[in-house]
Ligand binder design. Sequence first.
Ligand code: NAP
Length: 290
Amino acid sequence: MTQFISVIGYPLKHSVSPDFQQAALDFYKLDIQYKARETKAEDLPSTIAELKQPQNLGANITIPYKETILHLVDEIDDFASLIGAVNTVVNRDGRLIGLNTDASGFLKALHEDAKFEPENKRVVILGAGGAARAVSLALLHEKVSFLTIANRTPAKAESLAAYLVKRATNKMNTEIAAVPWQNSKLTESIKQCQLIVNCTTLGMKCSPEEGQSPLASSLIPKDALVYDLVYNPSETPLLRIAKEAGANTIGGLAMLIYQGAASFKLWTGREAPLDIMFEAARQALLRIGG
Ligand code: NAP
């Protein structure tokens, strides 16, 4: 019997998960198909309920449902619950388990691809959605010295900062602040930081924010690392201006592959073939003009 895994989100035109996940499944000659299921909000409960059928191994959950899905699964693992966002669902005998592989994927790319050690560094996070929650908790556990969160909707940045303050222990020694979006306090935080992480959708292809950068080039310190979670296009407007400003940069592709590789292991029990996944993702991005 052919089995199925899906990626569920809206919109999904930008997603290359079907390409690199299918390449990994084919590498092992598994009779499993990975499908994109673009799902409108009103159809989400029924789409998720279908995942309980025995032919479905699970799903990736992407924007804008990583938080909504918390109410639709049967069980949430401790780490996803701590983050408050689920990006992976596993069907265990008709029970849906929600997990999060974004945080580990983000850190693996930060350490191994960008060669950046976050301990005692000052960090600015742009955005306060599901990805920002995963990234900020990961960085808190890495003991950064200062975590500043800026979001278009200030209440969400404040609520994420308040949550992080509750999670922080004395050992972490991290100062946490929410600052208004595109305001002088954000400018000040950026001037002093060593790492800027874009966790907004700004710059994402096939979104209303395509072509936009969350920051002007004059703001970017040349000795900072600019990490854009957006992976399509591979060079986002933010990464382009950061390079022009002389900063180090990393795009979202490595994180995407590493979080996908962790999900792949949860569904199949096998180590993901990373090189094959990277190659398939790069080819797919070229094909769709990323
Ligand atoms: P989300 O929960 O929907 O959050 C979206 C964020 O973007 C919110 O902070 C939102 O601000 C902000 N935003 C949207 N439009 C904006 C605009 N016009 N101006 C300023 N801010 C705006 O999405 P998510 O799951 O956190 O994902 C965020 C991004 O990260 C997406 O581009 C996604 O593809 C990327 N991502 C990449 C990876 C990877 O593996 N590379 C993994 C996860 C996510 P408001 O709160 O004000 O709406």
